[in-house]
Design a protein around this ligand. Structure first.
Ligand SMILES: Cc1ncc(COP(=O)(O)O)c(C=O)c1O
Length: 375
């Protein structure tokens, strides 16, 4: 927390707007539009709700398909199933760790041949790293498929100085407790057109029709953000630049150390992009480093340090069994990243001494194991 968040919560109490609407909700949307340059913003109670509404607004329904990055958190794709559609997954590339434009093109060409183009493409900017937006946007435009950006983790990341989340037809952010700013739980749906926001707003507020009595022609949801929690969001917008700067400096420190270690590389940054470095991650070359990321999770836990493996790609999750994943070549990149990538402690509140401790313990494990292996 930055320090002013509670004053906005107090405002909500003083004015008695303890509801999913009020000055804080409006103010938070306003601040988000100013910060990102988005034309329209709708504050919601989670990022997952924002993805769900994005799909509903595009008219995605039973029997449709939606393409989605495979290397991501399950919440990126779960809403595809909520609306009765079928997810088709797209592999990552080595350059960005995000959706591979070649694999996407392959999947769209295949779908076009079968006259079964997807209703949307969900592109995720994982860890705050920015995807190859221009290439992906061009491919989507060629096939006339709307792009939804899942920028849950990448608020503050830019592609050619434009904020992620503002390129697609719609974009979403998450303010879950672990994100770059938080409202404890919350989300935002950005849209290019006001009409989209109006439709999404209606579905987020139980789909009430404009009538003098309660009239519902559609099934709606209760997805708006609380005015109390939106107060936290306004306060957090005052410190977002500090949070991004802190996380970038955490990345720089890790980068300085690990570029000297043979067999270890930092997460990649595409030219023209500036990630928010929400999470810093390293990649271990299995030909040079025998310890696995899985083993390192246990080893580091013994030192009181939480490191995490990369997500298990969604096409491998039991909950998505039977789904297809398109990849550019023979090898599935996301499956390799799952095994080789280790996410490091990166919180905005982490002190320099804590990061030094993490680095010391990681280096000790890596060098000891490398030494043992070379004997
Ligand atoms: C990539 C990604 N998409 C979607 C979500 C869902 O956001 P929320 O937790 O606010 O529902 C998250 C995070 O939780 C996420 O990391």
């Amino acid at each position: 927390m930055g320090g002013t968040e509670q004053s906005y919560i107090v405002d909500a109490f003083k004015t008695n707007w303890i509801a999913p609407l009020g000055a804080n909700v409006d103010g938070f949307e306003q601040k988000m539009k100013q910060y990102t340059g988005a034309a329209n913003a709708l504050a919601l109670n989670s990022g997952t709700a924002a993805i769900h509404l994005a799909l509903i607004t595009l008219g995605v329904t039973t029997g449709d398909t939606v393409f989605c990055s495979t290397l991501t958190f399950a919440a990126s794709a779960n809403p595809i199933v909520y609306v009765g559609a079928k997810p088709v997954f797209i592999d990552s590339d080595e350059q960005s760790w995000n959706m591979c434009p070649i694999a996407l093109e392959k999947a769209l060409a295949d779908a076009a041949r079968r006259n079964q183009l997807p209703k949307a493409v969900i592109l995720v900017h994982i860890l705050g790293l920015v995807a190859d937006l221009e290439a992906i946007q061009t491919i989507c435009e060629t096939y006339g498929v709307p792009l939804i950006e899942d920028a849950a983790e990448s608020l503050g990341s830019t592609y050619k100085d434009q904020m992620t989340g503002t390129f697609g037809e719609m974009g979403i952010y998450s303010f879950n407790g672990n994100k770059i700013i938080t409202t404890s739980g919350g989300g935002m749906l950005l849209s290019k057109t006001k009409a989209t926001r109006t439709v999404a707003f209606k579905y987020a507020t139980q789909a009430k029709e404009d009538a003098p009595f309660y009239l519902h022609e559609k099934i709606g949801y209760n997805y708006r953000l609380s005015n109390v929690l939106a107060g936290i969001g306004i306060g957090q917008m005052e410190v977002i630049d500090q949070h991004v700067a802190k996380r970038r400096s955490i990345f720089d420190t890790y980068e300085m150390v690990f570029r000297e270690v043979d067999g270890v590389s930092m997460m990649p940054i595409l030219p023209g992009t500036k990630p928010n470095c929400w999470l810093s991650a390293i990649r271990l070359n299995p030909e040079k480093i025998e310890v696995t990321t899985r083993e390192l999770v246990t080893m580091m836990a013994e030192e009181g340090i939480e490191v995490r493996m990369m997500w298990n790609p969604l096409h491998l999750q039991p909950s998505f069994s039977g789904t297809t994943c398109y990849q550019a070549g023979d090898e599935n990149v996301s499956e390799k990243l799952f095994e080789e990538v280790l996410c490091l402690p990166s919180g905005s509140a982490m002190r320099g001494s804590q990061q030094a401790y993490v680095i010391q313990k990681l280096l000790a494990r890596l060098s000891r194991l490398t030494a043992i292996n070379s004997n």
